[in-house]
Design a protein around this ligand. Sequence first.
Ligand code: CDP
Length: 233
Amino acid sequence: MQNKEITIAIDGWSSCGKSTLAKAMSQSLNYKYVDSGAMYRGVALYALRKGWASKNHLDKESLIAALPKINLSFEYNSSTKSSDLLLNGENVENEIRTLEVSEVVSKIATIKEVRKNLVQQQQKMGKEGGIVMDGRDIGSVVFPNAELKIFVTASPEIRTKRRFLELTNKGEQVTLEEVRKNLSDRDKLDTSRKESPLIQVDDAIVLDNSNLNQNEQLVLALSWVENYFDNKK
Ligand code: CDP
C-alpha cells in the first residue's frame, strides 16, 4: 500500500535555507511545494508599486482595501524546476526577491488582514495533503496538525553570507552590511509582531544547518519523513 501523503511544515529565520530544503523535499517526495514567503513578497511588491509602502511609511488602509484585487498564483518553471509567483497574472519571481521588497515585506506581514487572506489561500492549497510549505507560521497557524514540522536555523553570520551571495550573483548591488541589517530587522519584526509571530512550536524538530550542505540537510530531513512512516506501521 502506498503511504498516505502527509503535510510538512517548515519554519525558521530569514534566509536560513528553508525554501531550498522545502523545494528539495518536495521534489524527492513528489509533493506540492508552496513558498508562503513569496506570497507575502507578492503583496509587498503590489504595495510598493502603488506607492503605499516604503522604508518609513505604510498606507495600511489602502492595502487592506485592495486585497480582493491582489491575485496570487504559482506557475511551474521547467528550467528552475520550481514555481514562479504570478501577481495578477504577471510573473514577478525575480522582482519579489530584491532587497527593496525585503525591506518592506515584514512590515506588511504584520497586518492582520493580509495574514488572514494569505493563510486562507495557503490552507486551501494544502487541504489534500502531499505538500511541503515553508514560512514563519506554517506549523503554528497554517497547518497546526501537520504530520512533520521542521524548524530551520543557522547562525546570523552564515545566513547573511548566503543571502549576500544569492543577491550579488543575480547582479544586485548590495553590501554585506545592508543584507545583515535587513535579516536582523526582519527577524526582530517576525518574532515580535502580534499576529502569528515566528515561534518554534513544541512539536517541531530543529534543524541547524550552519554546518550542513544542501544535500546533507535534505538527507537528514528525509530520514525524519521515513521515521514518521516507520512509526505509523
Ligand atoms: O527567504 P527569506 O527567509 O528571506 O524570506 P521569505 O520566506 O521570502 O519571507 C519574507 C517575509 O515574509 C518574512 O521576513 C516574513 O516577514 C514574512 N512571512 C511571514 O510573515 N509568514 C510566512 N508564512 C512567510 C513569510
